[in-house]
Design a protein around this ligand. Sequence first.
Ligand SMILES: Nc1ncnc2c1ncn2[C@@H]1O[C@H](COP(=O)(O)OP(=O)(O)OP(=O)(O)O)[C@@H](O)[C@H]1O
Ligand SMILES: [Mg+2]
Length: 213
Amino acid sequence: MSDRPSSDEPAHLVDTRGSQGVQIGEHNKQVNKFIQTNVETLIVQAPPNAGDMSTPFTAPGLPPHFVPRPNELEGIVEHLLDASGTRPRPGVVVVHGGAGFGKTTMAAAVCHDERIRAAFGDGVLWLQFAETTTRDGALALLQIQISLLDPQAHAANDISPASAQFRALLAGRAVLIVLDDVWSHNLLRYFIDVDTTCLITTRLEAVLSRAGG
Ligand SMILES: Nc1ncnc2c1ncn2[C@@H]1O[C@H](COP(=O)(O)OP(=O)(O)OP(=O)(O)O)[C@@H](O)[C@H]1O
Ligand SMILES: [Mg+2]
């Protein structure tokens, strides 16, 4: 198996470094306050299919004081959809930029976009990586996705067969895969396939270049 995704489509880069308008300072305090005081509202506003296990949607919500970045969002959505704008386009889109620049929030906004929800009718799978994610952590992520895609499945305990299971379950399904905060380019091969549409966020040039094939 190659280290690199075998898609003919080049990866597309969205660099958030030039973007403006993110206020980070008080944000976490505001989020905590919002969660404490608005739990009921959050439950009421859950998406209509949140309880539908057959259509997984595991992207996080948007921050309460979300500032839209329409230019960047349009660029990403355009590359995730085919020319008709209504169907998935196989390939990899990378959101690359420094710490706290809003990569994860941008990816979440993309997942909640109505066009993305409509085109990826079989769901959105958000896979949360971190600097500490090891091969075992990646296996656990694969096992979670397998159980979301097929609650009856018995996920493999090794990463290569689990990756094969994951790919088999995705075949023929319109699912958007989001790999958030990827630090190890060596793990990408287990998650990206020629037929899948994948959105990656990362701080690292190495991940960007590897995902770019
Ligand atoms: N468009 C936005 N509107 C409001 N808040 C935002 C926006 N973008 C980012 N933030 C806030 O800024 C903080 C950092 O954003 P985010 O986590 O998306 O950055 P990141 O680039 O993914 O960082 P990291 O490299 O650490 O993963 C968060 O608290 C987030 O809620
Ligand atoms: Mg992030």
